[in-house]
Write a protein that binds this ligand. Structure first.
Ligand SMILES: Nc1nc2c(ncn2[C@@H]2O[C@H](COP(=O)(O)OP(=O)(O)OP(=O)(O)O)[C@@H](O)[C@H]2O)c(=O)[nH]1
Length: 298
């Protein structure tokens, strides 16, 4: 098990296909093109999008020059509108302060020290920003979220769960005895195993669940709105699916297993660091008790 707290290092850059990526062009979006939150985007679909410093904002820009709820952007028939939410640094569109106005393709929206661009058509530019966003938020090898983006989503979800008194569970998943796989079959074959593990994982993740690669051979899944029993059932199904999968290594079918540690949001572990630490402690226990098992931190 790796205790590496950094982004996994891979040299392989894959074409991003399948996985969590959404297919098809999007109708309109706003993308941060300058300042804090660079590269972040929000799609403008049926729900209004709130942009602000609050972790619960749909487009979260954690900078002091941005108000907690700075502006709101929404679709109005075939048009898109923006409204300033009485922000300290008033929202500006193409450098003019606005209260409420229509948006046009290419408009620049200034919020404090950050600048967003409104893109209304499924253009080459929108696709370019989508690629940039995918590269910034996903792990190139496995195509699940990368650690940095996962951390951001977890912080946001913990804030929401805490505010509304909702449950949330963290699962940390580690490939068992992965070093011997690398040693015997080589790093490229090891990478293939990680890709296959991630593909199995993606098959189990639904709705609001968030899966990521958080270390070399370590994955995590956050399950909002789940209790420990639901999470344990999820983890057991995932463990069994991996244990019964065939991994072709050195031209031979092989079996591999995973260990999973689970912890729920609770008094005394109300932030990400404490929650991850508790799930990690459960994972260490699963390894200690013989691997290929799920352990829960009470
Ligand atoms: N192929 C490949 N290997 C990686 C990558 N990142 C980390 N690893 C390897 O993953 C292995 C992790 O091994 P350890 O954490 O020592 O433990 P383990 O052999 O999995 O054993 P247990 O966790 O105790 O079951 C090391 O050999 C790392 O080199 C990667 O991106 N690709």
């Amino acid at each position: 098990m790796s205790t590496n707290d950094h982004e996994p290092i891979t040299t392989q850059l894959t074409m991003l296909s399948g996985g969590p990526r959404r297919s098809g062009p999007r109708s309109a979006c706003v993308v941060v093109i300058h300042g804090e939150g660079l590269g972040k985007r929000a799609d403008l679909e049926d729900r209004p999008v709130i942009v602000g410093r609050s972790q619960e904002a749909d487009l979260h820009i954690p900078h002091k020059s941005v108000s907690r709820q700075h502006c709101q952007i929404w679709r109005d028939g075939d048009a898109y509108r923006i409204r300033d939410l009485e922000a300290t640094n008033r929202t500006r569109v193409n450098d003019l302060p606005v209260t409420e106005t229509l948006l046009a393709d290419g408009d620049h929206i200034t919020l404090g020290e950050s600048i967003l661009k409104f893109i209304s058509h499924s253009s080459v530019e929108a696709r370019y920003h989508e690629e940039v966003y995918q590269l910034a938020t996903h792990d190139a090898l496995t195509e699940v979220y990368n650690r940095r983006h996962f951390v951001e989503l977890v912080d946001k979800e913990i804030a929401r769960a805490t505010r509304h008194g909702r449950p949330l569970v963290m699962c940390i998943i580690d490939v068992d005895l992965f070093k011997p796989v690398n040693d015997k079959y080589g790093h490229i074959a090891g990478d293939g195993v990680l890709r296959q593990m991630a593909a199995i994982l993606r098959g189990f993740v639904r709705g609001e669940d968030v899966a990521a690669r958080i270390g070399g051979e370590e994955f995590a899944v956050m399950l909002p709105e789940a209790g420990i029993d639901d999470a344990r059932a999820f983890a057991e199904r995932l463990r069994e699916a991996v244990a019964s999968a065939t991994f072709v290594l050195g031209g031979e079918p092989q079996r591999l297993t995973i260990s999973i540690g689970i912890a729920s949001l609770a008094p005394g572990r109300g932030d990400r660091s404490a929650l991850m630490k508790a799930a990690d402690a459960a994972l260490y226990r699963a390894k200690d008790e013989g691997r290929n098992r799920v352990c829960v931190e009470a």
